[in-house]
Design a protein around this ligand. Structure first.
Ligand code: ZN
Length: 333
């Protein structure tokens, strides 16, 4: 299809790495061969994906030189598509749950800041219909392709276009990038998800060796139940976020406790605000230092704001101790 609109500029870049670092066929370390770029228009932003594409370096392997693309790619968009999978899921949901017409959906998308032609909205809905009708058993070519690769790696993701909407669950195959199943579900219990995984497994004629997901509790339980032999990997982003969670919680707690100890700063400020002597000025400066330490914020998990607050308050404390040591006193306050 000829493009009518020129592609808008990306607002941010996201680097996608391959979760699988070894060739699924021979086990050799996959080589990072090149970066591939795709610009995707999602509901929230125009995103440039930088894909770290890998290949198997083993000349005796069936997958020798065959590309292995990052598993998360097909979570963003269907192959050859410039609109994100979230836009397709949203359009389909609004069409079938809210019974909106194509032109209404077009207006709503434009209102969300997504520049799109009326014809493209029609295409989005066609893709949505194809998605939810995806059935492995009716697709012998797809079956044959999967049989050729002898094994599959599944990725499972839930897409909720807006709060209150049904979630579109999509199960993809990572080696081929193909979508094997897409279903809308109101609930995301582990039983429902296990049922979806079992449906895919029953239709496949090759074993599922691994599952990739964001590690949501219900998905973990569903994989354990439905595919006990498959390895379950978390995508890097979610893995790091999970790993940092206990540290983040401890740091947040420490910050809360530290804040309690310096609550009296306001009273001290009030006590000296009318006095114009040098001591009051010094006290006010200290209060200001405490205040700015309290309001500074850092981004978890790489910066621990509780630790930072502790360091800043310690510096104030040490400075006060030095004054005391020199024989001066601010204790009248
Ligand atoms: Zn290989």
């Amino acid at each position: 299809m000829a493009r009518r609109h020129s592609q808008p500029e990306a607002e941010r870049e996201i680097v996608l790495e391959c979760l699988q670092q070894r060739c699924p066929t021979c086990g050799s370390g996959l080589w990072n061969k090149y970066d591939n770029y795709r610009t995707i228009r999602t509901l929230d932003a125009v995103v440039r994906l930088r894909l770290k594409v890998r290949r198997c370096p083993n000349s005796n392997c069936e997958r020798y030189r065959r590309v292995y693309r990052p598993e998360q790619e097909s979570q963003w968009a269907l192959p050859q598509h410039e609109f994100g999978l979230d836009v397709i899921a949203w359009a389909g949901t609004v069409r079938y749950q809210e019974h909106r017409s194509v032109s209404e959906i077009h207006t709503l998308l434009e209102q969300r800041g997504l520049s799109i032609s009326l014809r493209s909205v029609g295409h989005l809905l066609e893709r949505y219909d194809e998605l939810v009708a995806t059935s492995l058993s009716d697709n012998p070519q797809q079956q044959a392709r999967l049989e050729q690769q002898q094994q599959v790696i599944l990725a499972i993701d839930g897409m909720q276009p807006d709060v209150g909407h049904e979630v579109l669950w999509v199960i993809r195959e990572c080696l081929s990038g193909e979508i094997l199943l897409a279903r809308t579900c109101l609930s995301a219990t582990h039983e429902t998800l296990a049922e979806l995984l079992r449906t895919v497994e029953q239709r496949l004629t090759v074993p599922i060796i691994a599952v990739v997901s964001d590690g949501q509790h219900s998905i973990r339980k569903a994989v354990e139940r439905a595919l006990p032999d498959a390895v379950h990997g978390l995508c890097h982003f979610h893995y790091f976020r999970e790993a940092a969670k206990p540290i983040y919680e401890a740091d947040r707690h420490a910050k809360k406790e530290l804040k309690k100890r310096v609550r009296g700063v306001r009273k001290i400020e009030q006590a000296v605000c009318d006095a114009n002597d040098a001591t009051s000025e010094i006290v006010q400066d200290y209060c200001q230092a405490v205040r700015s330490a309290l309001t500074s914020s850092s981004r978890p998990p790489l910066d621990a704001s509780g630790l930072e607050l502790q360091q800043q308050l310690s510096a104030v404390d040490q400075s006060l101790a030095r004054i005391e040591k020199k024989g001066h006193s601010l204790s009248r306050l």
